[in-house]
Design a protein around this ligand. Sequence first.
Ligand SMILES: Cc1cc2nc3c(=O)[nH]c(=O)nc-3n(C[C@H](O)[C@H](O)[C@H](O)COP(=O)(O)OP(=O)(O)OC[C@H]3O[C@@H](n4cnc5c(N)ncnc54)[C@H](O)[C@@H]3O)c2cc1C
Length: 465
Amino acid sequence: MTLPRPNVAILGGGPGGYEAALVAAQLGADVTVVDEDGLGGSCVLTDCVPSKTLIESSSTMTSLGRSASLGLQLANGDNPVVGVDAPALNARIKALAAAQSNDIVEHVAAEGVRIIQARGRLTGPHAIEADGVTVGADVVLLATGATPRALPDVVPDGERILTCRQLYDLAELPEELIVVGSGVTGAEFASAYQALGSQVTLVSSRERVLPHEDKDAAVVIEGVFRRRGMNVLSKSRAEAVHRKGDSVVVTLAGGRQVSGTHCLLTVGMAPCTKGVGLLEAGVNLDSRGFIEVDRVSRTSAAGVYAAGDCTGVLMLASVAAMQGRIAMWHALGEAVQPIRLSHVASTIFTDPEIASVGVSQAAVDRGEVPARVVKLPLATNPRAKMGGIRDGFVKIFARPGTGLVLGGVVVAPRASELILPLSIAIEQNLSVDQIAHTFSVYPSLSGSVTEAARTVMEFGTDTIA
Ligand SMILES: Cc1cc2nc3c(=O)[nH]c(=O)nc-3n(C[C@H](O)[C@H](O)[C@H](O)COP(=O)(O)OP(=O)(O)OC[C@H]3O[C@@H](n4cnc5c(N)ncnc54)[C@H](O)[C@@H]3O)c2cc1C
């Protein structure tokens, strides 16, 4: 006897939604994805992929900026020979995002998933309505994502006052860009536009940039920002943004004003959970409007799961995708391990990048996790010297006694690639001793990872700086 195929309906086709669709289809379910903007979601079309494509160009500019110190000449007299062609840069970014979305559509469709491009809403815990069609389902997954917040009373106009989703329609590089908000998104765009040639002012309400990240890393980045000519305004809360002809004026608490040609608002993300029938279907939201989920992505309504930014768990594409996969494994009866947020690796794509995984310095300092800590500056690494790289470090946290790797922070060019050995160590319960006995290439930046591992047991909790 053949059992009927379970029906799965997914609202939202970002990484939370489409990765879940792939798993559900592979497990034999009849799957429908409803998405209004295009598969890949905001991640691919407006947020992660476009910003990292922009940053690839800005990093190249930074490398070119080091050319004189490497014995290369990139100027014709006083005239630089490298400039930014903003329309070409933005066209490349949008084309790459669209192509990536198309690749996902092809992949998902090839697995037999039905795609409905329309706005949808729940009409009950087991039905999504979209474009006049009702999709009934045994299992529903909500993956509607999030949208950029603005400041109260500030309306982005898409020309001079911008959210991060409006940058790629600009015809010119912003001459004087004021970035409001110094969290991850603000720091990434401030770093990128400064490298491309904008004069950037970064408005931070806190004492330092990246207030929620590793303090040593944030100090390095803020130092690099200031050295490269960025105007970093600490302890400055933006209260209003006004347009004045072709310029913008940002008013800070206390009345001080800063003006520029453009203002980019990076003050957080709001969940897309309004007007989609959640409360009516019995799906609970928290006080900030995010969908409440447990570690296998279940919501308060039986048979309804949620994944990604709409849950506010950790706003990362990799986490959204994992929550979506876990939801499907759980709903369709597979063995499943609840999500382990302590194993998530993440990167802030400033220049240099900050990558981290596992326990944080703050948790160690608060005494929550006993750990031995070593911080090895990159400046002593031979490969870094060859490339003229002087900012950055490798930091490892290890359990006293056993030496098990508990966490790490890497500040370096391409730190996003260098963090992998520490991620593997955490996932596989490896010790610093095992990393120390692993060959790294000479000369290489990853040599600093094995060297830090060798140093960590020797020097205990001392910080090598
Ligand atoms: C500027 C920026 C840079 C980022 N960079 C990174 C990075 O480098 N690395 C990283 O891991 N993360 C990054 N992120 C975060 C990452 O983009 C998100 O965590 C990820 O997009 C979350 O995926 P998701 O599936 O939850 O939602 P999304 O990607 O937001 O997709 C949601 C989809 O649902 C659709 N939708 C919503 N409501 C409805 C409805 N009612 N009907 C139909 N469709 C609907 C939307 O149209 C959208 O297509 C970045 C975010 C920003 C803002």
